[in-house]
Design a protein around this ligand. Structure first.
Ligand code: T4K
Length: 373
């Protein structure tokens, strides 16, 4: 007989640096009193992340949402032009488009990777389209080569919301090397985190210069402001957490791999469950563990909750169900998006979950499916 967990089992739990290590570094902040404005921890973390992700240029941000807003601004898209994106994402993606005075145009996703469907992008392109903003949802890479071909043919900028794709690789190359800019999130719920935080990654030096300037109010020097910037700076405590957490990421990924194996082995036996698989030659970031449940997703979600297991329906409902975007898409115009959103459930997925708890979660899913039949 399985009993409900005494404490909630959440979708995720952040990795935490060793307390003594952190305390000794905090002491250095008391000594220097340099708390923010691109200090030494900030600089060091940018260098370390560049090295870790093997990317040319990276700029830290205080969160990925400000990163997205700044990235779109840096691309200098014509005011009120259209950006083609997907509604199968977190609110931050379309919101960043609108905060730039641009219009989101919602394109359907394709069923295998749950990312924007390149076959459907061209139907949305008009003379007013300026960019494509793909989302590497759950770390599944968008179809980057096809998107690149479309962007060249129509002279469009390409940006990726890689909030879930920290360290994802395609053919051994960082996913961040595709498109003009990729945005990463380092929020506490992410595999690698800085409490709150994010980064913009790109290959172009002039874009790097522009983003760095925009991130700091557009201030060039003490007496000169050259652009309408924002405050996107990460502070020293965040950067310090990041430096310590970076050394824990590989171990966390290894633990998550084993939990993923348990879920895969135990859950594929159910006809109602489909586990989306990463495309070949792709390295999984191991950020989320989404499963698709035919017909009974809401029942499984409810039964898990009865056992105090907090699986999440990311991303149900799609953004086109939000009051602000309802007029921009529907179940009829975005059939794959709505089909996946109706089936998806992200299971608790973090290193310290433990194998026993992962097995109990599978047991409870089985109980729920038995109730359904
Ligand atoms: N683009 C995409 C595709 C995104 O998914 C996101 C964010 C963004 C852009 C924007 O990135 P940021 O601006 O946030 O850097 C969470 C996160 O807040 C959000 O970052 C994330 N995506 C989204 C998918 O999930 P909630 O409202 O679901 O989080 P919450 O507070 O319910 O947390 C989930 C569980 O995690 C909790 O039940 C317990 C655990 N938790 C959470 C926090 C905050 C902890 O154990 N410790 C914590 O500190 O949005």
């Amino acid at each position: 007989m399985i009993k409900p967990f005494e404490n909630p089992i959440y979708i995720t739990r952040p990795i935490m640096p060793d307390y003594e290590d952190l305390a000794s570094r905090i002491q250095s902040l008391y000594d220097s009193r340099m708390l923010t404005n691109l200090g030494p921890y900030h600089q060091k973390l940018e260098e370390k992340l560049q090295e870790f992700l093997q990317v040319a240029y990276l700029s830290l941000f205080n969160n990925a949402t400000i990163g997205l807003i700044t990235a779109l601004k840096a691309l200098d898209l014509p005011f009120v032009s259209e950006v083609i994106t997907t509604p199968f994402t977190f609110a931050a993606t379309p919101h960043a488009i609108v905060w730039n005075g641009l219009k989101p145009v919602f394109c359907d996703i394709e069923p295998k990777t749950m990312t924007i469907d390149p076959e459907k992008i061209e139907a949305h392109i008009t003379s007013n389209t300026s960019a494509i903003l793909g989302v590497h949802v759950y770390g599944f890479p968008c179809k980057v080569d096809q998107i690149s071909d479309i962007s060249i043919a129509h002279n469009l900028k390409v940006m990726y919301d890689g909030a879930h794709a920290f360290s994802t690789k395609i053919d051994q190359e960082s996913i961040c090397s595709y498109g003009d800019i990729t945005v990463l999130s380092f929020h506490a719920t992410k595999l690698f985190h800085t409490l709150e935080g994010g980064a913009l990654v790109y290959n172009d030096h002039s874009l790097h210069k522009k983003v760095k300037n925009l991130r700091n109010f557009g201030i060039q020097d003490e007496f000169k402001v050259t652009d309408i910037g924002i405050n996107g700076k990460m502070n020293e405590v965040q950067a310090m957490f990041g430096l310590l957490n970076l050394s824990l990421v590989r171990e966390e990924q290894n633990k998550r791999k084993l939990i993923a194996d348990i879920y895969r082995n135990r859950l594929t036996v159910h006809d109602a469950i489909h586990i989306p698989e990463m495309p070949e030659c792709t390295t999984d970031s191991l950020q989320y563990f989404p499963i698709l449940i035919e017909d009974h997703r809401d029942l499984v979600y409810k039964v898990l909750r009865e056992y105090n297991i907090h699986a999440r329906k990311y991303f149900y409902p799609p953004c086109t169900d939000y009051d602000c975007y309802q007029h921009l898409g529907s179940r009829e115009s975005l059939p794959v998006t709505y089909d996946i959103a109706d089936k998806v459930l992200c299971l608790p997925f973090y290193g310290s979950l433990g194998y026993e708890n992962a097995n109990i979660i599978c047991d409870v899913i089985e109980i729920a499916l038995n109730k359904a039949s």
